[in-house]
Design a protein around this ligand. Structure first.
Ligand code: SF4
Length: 136
């Protein structure tokens, strides 16, 4: 991997929110999102979360990809789950030039903006690993 990766999220874009796959939550994500919406954690979990023995993930709505995605973007943006916040600095993308470039096919922010130092990108990737020990 080079000494840095170029990335800058593009205003108005929501492409990453529309990709297939699940949105996983940490326990802290759940508490913060519930508080942001003025709900109890229990009510939030009942309505939006699917919990397995090892993982929490957002339920997928019948229509669309995410309950919280609106025309103008993420409606829980300030408290969005770790994986959404960290994207595109996921370990599998930071550690593979090929995967990083492939992700650029749907993320127009990849390859744009200032150079993000590789150490910074790796720190984000480590945060992702720590947030979801069951996934890595
Ligand atoms: S796909 Fe890339 S540019 Fe678009 S919202 Fe997601 S991170 Fe930003």
């Amino acid at each position: 991997m080079a000494q840095g990766l170029r990335f800058e999220c593009q205003p108005g874009c929501t492409e990453c929110c529309r990709q297939p796959g699940f949105v996983y939550l940490t326990e802290r994500d759940l508490l913060r999102a519930a508080a942001f919406l003025g709900m109890t954690a229990e009510a939030f979990e009942r309505k939006y979360v699917y919990r397995t023995r090892r993982l929490l993930r957002l339920r997928t709505p019948r229509e669309g990809r995410c309950h919280f995605l609106r025309e103008d973007g993420c409606s829980i943006h300030p408290v969005k789950p770790a994986q959404c916040r960290i994207f595109p600095f996921w370990p599998e993308l930071v550690e593979s030039r090929r995967e990083w470039q492939k992700t650029g096919a749907y993320c127009p922010g990849i390859g744009k903006g200032p150079l993000v130092q590789i150490e910074t990108a790796q720190k984000e990737a480590a945060d992702m690993r720590e947030s979801y020990p069951a996934l890595y």
